[in-house]
Design a protein around this ligand. Structure first.
Ligand SMILES: Cc1ncc(COP(=O)(O)O)c(C=O)c1O
Length: 382
């Protein structure tokens, strides 16, 4: 007899993904599906595609959703490789690792580009962007990350989008860690391609990502792709009428995502989810500051998604701190920036304010223990 009981997680993942999922989502993984029947293709895949578009905009007829196997980066690469024609030129605006990854992709795909790079703690400058849009006439597309998960900085989506559209460029937004957690109407923002993945704010499990594309723009992309597998247009052409994926569909993950969407709707939608994340974030920052930690970013640019904290002193041993926190039920995340010693704590996933209160109590214990420990004893934990 198979035991279908879903075990409790031994710890909560306070990370940018994969992140903690609900029992309902994990339970939904337990059934096998055949990919040639309507109960999968129509009732699950097509249903998901429709719900994603509805979540993104009220102008549902103008947009379409394409699901792509793999992690978020696969959809980013598929999108860049398909959306930009051979003679296109992309302006990348980058203030973190995921902006840099898009630039790396352009290099590999031999896509012509220019870039505006900023420090990881600074949001992009609109004046500089405008100057470049005026001077570099060959730019056809502009791409940037909405919430740079590297630090947790929230880039000014509306201001950037407005400017890009004033110069009539195709707009690509990596909203990997914000879509489903921060409300937006992509039609009002005139976003042409928005990219996100199953295991971020929608709180599914990892295994596929998606692009929500403006139909009119997508239709111009036939034959652009530099890759067979990551051809977003071909994937859409097959998936749109039938719900069929071109290659093996991650069926269990897709079914779990369907459940995750239902749970998001039951929670009250994206507004309600944002509210929970904001409350998690507020309690986290308040608690961490009371323990002597400082945030890397100023409050004005900080997202409610993930927060970077600066090491409290030079002797701070993150590895030991991490191990002890994990033993007590919480997985933290190392920092990703070069200029400061930081670590990160995420608020997204199946995490509620009570969890954050418990986390702060645990970290408070660890800080008390730390100040009582001799350095030699601390090293033993590693
Ligand atoms: C903003 C952003 N873009 C891209 C990615 C890449 O996604 P993946 O690691 O799933 O390939 C991530 C991952 O956290 C992200 O946060």
């Amino acid at each position: 007899m198979i035991d279908h009981k879903i075990p409790d997680n031994p710890y909560l993942l306070l990370t940018p993904g994969p992140l903690s999922t609900s029992k309902g989502v994990r339970n939904a993984l337990l059934q096998d599906w055949c990919t040639w029947d309507d109960d999968y293709n129509l009732e699950i895949v097509q249903n998901i595609r429709g719900r994603l578009v509805k979540m993104a905009t009220k102008d549902i007829e103008k947009y379409t959703a394409i699901l792509m196997q793999g992690s978020g980066s696969f959809a980013v690469e598929a999108c860049l490789g398909t959306a930009v024609a051979g003679d296109g030129k992309v302006l990348f605006i980058s203030n973190g690792a995921y902006g840099q990854r898009m630039i790396q992709m352009a290099e590999r795909l031999k896509i012509d580009y220019v870039k505006l790079e900023y420090e990881e703690t600074k949001t992009p400058g609109l004046d500089e962007l405008e100057q470049l849009l005026q001077s570099e006439k060959r730019i056809t597309h502009v791409a940037f990350v909405h919430c740079e998960t590297t630090t947790g900085i929230l880039n000014p989506l509306q201001e950037l989008a407005l400017l890009v559209k004033r110069y009539d460029k195709v707009l690509i937004v990596d909203a990997m860690s914000s879509f489903g957690g921060i409300p937006m109407d992509i039609s009002k923002l005139e976003i042409d391609f928005l990219i996100s993945s199953a295991n971020k704010c929608i709180q599914g499990v990892p295994g596929f990502a998606f692009v929500i594309a403006r139909r009119e723009q997508l239709l111009k992309c036939k034959g652009n792709a530099r890759s067979l597998v990551l051809d977003l247009f071909d994937q859409w052409e097959q998936m749109d009428p039938s719900g069929k994926w071109r290659y093996t569909s991650p069926t269990h993950v897709v079914r779990a995502f369907y459940q995750a969407l239902t749970e998001l709707e039951n929670e009250g939608g994206v507004e309600a989810r944002l509210h929970r994340y904001q409350e998690n974030h507020r309690l986290l920052v308040e608690g961490m500051r009371s323990l002597g930690f400082q945030t890397l970013l100023s409050d004005e640019v900080q997202s409610p998604i993930i927060t970077s904290f600066i090491y409290p002193d030079r002797d701070f041993n993150f590895k030991a701190f991490y191990q002890k926190a994990k033993q007590r039920g919480f997985v933290l995340y190392p920092g990703k920036i070069s200029k400061a010693d930081t670590f990160r704590i995420g608020n997204i996933g199946d995490i509620c304010p009570e969890d954050i209160k418990r986390l702060v109590a645990v970290l408070s214990d660890l800080m008390t223990l730390k100040s009582e420990e001799k350095p030699a004893a601390q090293e033993e934990v590693l």
